[in-house]
Design a protein around this ligand. Sequence first.
Ligand code: NAD
Length: 495
Amino acid sequence: MSTISHWIDGAAVTVPDARTQPVFNPATGEVTGQLQLADTALVDRAVASASAAAAEWRRSSLARRTQVLFAFRELVRTHADELAAAITAEHGKVLDDAAGEVARGLDNVDYAVGIAEHLKGSYSAEVSTGIDVRTVREALGVVVGITPFNFPVMVPLWMCTTAIAAGNAFVLKPSERDPSASLLLADLWQQAGLPDGVFTVVQGDPTAVQALIDHPDVAAVSFVGSTPVAKSVYESGTRAGKRVQALGGAKNHMVVLPDADLGMAADAAVSAAYGSAGERCMAVSVLVAVGDVADQLIKEITVRANDIVIGDGTVAGTGMGPLITEAHRDRVAGYVDAGAAAGATVVLDGRRSELPASGFFLGPSLIDHVSEEMSVYRDEIFGPVLSVVRVDTFDEAIALVNRNEYANGVALFTRDGGAARQFERDIEVGMVGVNVPIPVPVAHHSFGGWKNSLFGSHHMYGPEGLAFFTRAKVVTSRWPDPATSTVDLGFPRNR
Ligand code: NAD
């Protein structure tokens, strides 16, 4: 069994007698590693190294940073299989899905290699007589990323690519459930020529998170995880005077109009609800069936869900892997009973699927006649459970989505362009898909929900990510003839 270390100053670091926590292979239920958990002293050591590195890195030329980013891009590409295998080993998602995660993370590296273009700034000549103004964006210093278990490569890449390209030193606190991929990323950054200390990994639990938030040399915190933790990180971070973006949980609706192609809608619902065992923040967890589409849709979804092969994600042909922990699997399964007890109809119960004997497996569940007050509708379940809410009209569907406390993603399935346009205008959700069930924006746009799905004012990655990891400096300059200089006590006005 391996010891899973931190990464500080360009080297793996373990601390004798440190607190540790087991890491599991969720497909077998076996413990595969012991993770070192940072205490405050370890966090201090990591931030000190990052601080020293940040002072140098912010002065490095854009040409140098671009070279490192291009090298990193090539290394992520050539090590994509290794990264995907590391994801599957600790997260459980099937290898092909893990490869997709790496590919979407790579998109963020592609965005970051254009840093010289993105940081061009703006310049206005002769804004007033003899006066020019330029705005440049500068690095913040040491910035921290705290990431969830469900995308152990992609979410760190959402953050560290832009943060580092912009000239910051980045400290990653990965999820304690699947921490190993972070060390592969650290190794690739080093191979790419990134100076030691610019990318740091601190392994740990809430103790490490709090120590990072409280550290006076940390300028900003980028967080992705569940809503209660996102809210608390946002509040304690901003109270400590830091810049914080904290992305939280989700309850994503997929609205199906009567004119939609129901076969295509069923394909999309099954893919988006049960892919990665429903452990995606953009997973569809509520199907809103408008008018008379519900019965046919449920029939089509059931056929497809029954075809999903559940098992070890490393085995070819597997469609759905395990959930992240035994406790989480049991919690998710509990919602099937809660739905039935509240009066909903259980069409598929994931506990009855053909499941491997060991590991944290649960098959797809489908629950019909769900209504708004039921816990199966209200709570983020984060597992392979799809609820069906039946409504009579399109307006009711929009009102239902807009009443929900979460507003990460939403999708509409229709062949009616006018309805799609109305949906796009009226829906109060951060990321909208039209016949696209998982509308994760490409890397040169930005990712973020509204309401309880995001605390803070910047979305993640792309232009907003770059704005988050930099601060504007506005330089106003003039080069007058000293002979024309006078004292003028009036407020300077533009002439
Ligand atoms: P989580 O909130 O349990 O953990 C996220 C991170 O916070 C981890 O690094 C963890 O160590 C740390 N953490 C946990 N409890 C903490 C506490 N009390 N104090 C301080 N830090 C703490 O989330 P998770 O279970 O790892 O991930 C799943 C959640 O993340 C889901 O709610 C999902 O919707 C959300 N998520 C959101 C997005 C998004 O973009 N909005 C993306 C991915 C995942």
